[in-house]
Design a protein around this ligand. Sequence first.
Ligand SMILES: NC(=O)C1=CN([C@@H]2O[C@H](COP(=O)(O)OP(=O)(O)OC[C@H]3O[C@@H](n4cnc5c(N)ncnc54)[C@H](OP(=O)(O)O)[C@@H]3O)[C@@H](O)[C@H]2O)C=CC1
Ligand SMILES: O=C(CO)[C@H](O)[C@H](O)COP(=O)(O)O
Length: 473
Amino acid sequence: MRDYDFGMIGLGVMGQNLLFNMADKGFSVIGYDKLEEKALALESGATANTLVKGVTELQEMIDGLSLPRRIMMLVPAGKIVDDVIAELLPLLAPGDIVIDAGNSFYKDTVRRVQYLKEHDIHFMGMGISGGEKGARYGASLMPGGDRTAYNHVHNLLQAVAAEVNGEACTAYMGNGAAGHYVKMVHNGIEYAMMQIISEVYDILKNGLQLHNRQIHEVFKKWNEGRLQSYLVQITADIFLKKDEFTSADLVDMILDKAGSKGTGKWTSQEAMDIYISIPTIDTAVSMRMLSWQKEERVLASKLYAFPATVIDTNDQDVFIDKLEDALYVAFIICYAQGLTMLQKASAEYSMDIPLKDVVKIWRGGCIIRSLLLEDFYQAFVKDNDMTNILLDKNIANLISPRMEAFREVVAKAVMASIASGGLQNTLAYIENYASEKMPTNLIQAQRDYFGAHQYERIDREGMFHTDWDSLNF
Ligand SMILES: NC(=O)C1=CN([C@@H]2O[C@H](COP(=O)(O)OP(=O)(O)OC[C@H]3O[C@@H](n4cnc5c(N)ncnc54)[C@H](OP(=O)(O)O)[C@@H]3O)[C@@H](O)[C@H]2O)C=CC1
Ligand SMILES: O=C(CO)[C@H](O)[C@H](O)COP(=O)(O)O
């Protein structure tokens, strides 16, 4: 019987919750998972009187969907997506729609779009952010690519997305693999913000010697002001959680090795490929990798005694206000780096990504949602083609008065031996970006000296080479 509106492959954290969300909005849905307990859990967990069916055979899902079939995959990225497509393809009919909403690498999506097009299947890559709760009650959804597919699922996506000011946090992100590209960069920004927050935590804990309860209070207060954001909010919560096995706070019992599924690394790799500087994201990726070398770090810590020292402040509350300023500026610059990358990639790969809509749909539902997104949205409404939000006058007015505090925080962290690579590189980024003259003239002279690479001059056109050996000292 072909009467269900939507099918889902993968009933894990995201797939199951998104289906419940769809069902609550009035859509009839079928979920497939090879494990019977997951199919049963789908039916038993759904809201009463919603139309939710769990199946363990793909064919059963195929037979139950109205035409053209609309099927979403929420399975781990990589080979599994290709395996699912291989299993699904013989069962589909021309015109059916398949959406990969996992964190797939965008180049895989480009390949899959082409492959499925040859079989008359509309394939669309979509980013989704918001975690378990977002999937259940309203996420930020980043669909891109096949317009036909988009038109067929647009209403459904609008219904399950988060809302800000009465507007759904979903929009068409552009051509080809734009949906997955935007999600990749979203995650790069997420990595950068998390790295900066962790450094600020280190400063509060080791530099100012605050206890977890006090650190909770600081983040809670910040979340009530201009730093209001999902990541600051959950950070505040984390410091209150008690460990279930000991009497300690849970945060103190967690091993300092940060996991990573790939999206952050891809963002860094891709930024290099399109010649865009995103040092905060690069640092965040790099520090997660360094965190994995726990055993080696323990050995090194015995060789190099860099104990964090207490930060000397005349007034701790005043310094905490400066820390708030530093975090605020650093957040803006994390977004600036990611958005600049999106703007360049959009042109480079003809994706036509509407930056105005990207920041608009990130205002709610997603992990990097924050009050700041509204400022960025207003900036892109004025100029959707802006290469860097740091060029917007209003954004500059948010940053400039806080630069002194930012510098002081970085300087004090460095002097206290608190590793703060994210903050430092963020500061270096803005110092260089807003610098009429960088010291790169010397690099050009060196390159010409050892490799006859030539240099441009400040006073005349053309390329020049100097015989540097024949110096007249
Ligand atoms: N968790 C999050 O916060 C977010 C995750 N994502 C992305 O969404 C996707 C899903 O994530 P999440 O729900 O957390 O993952 P889970 O691990 O919770 O669930 C993955 C699901 O995929 C199913 N699966 C695995 N292999 C196959 C296969 N060969 N055929 C059919 N189904 C298969 C699993 O079924 P079984 O258990 O039976 O093996 C499971 O139900 C990933 O790409 C992830 O990166 C995106 C945004 C946020
Ligand atoms: O996409 C997400 C959030 O937006 C997922 O939670 C993702 O797993 C986060 O990345 P990582 O696992 O590499 O930290």
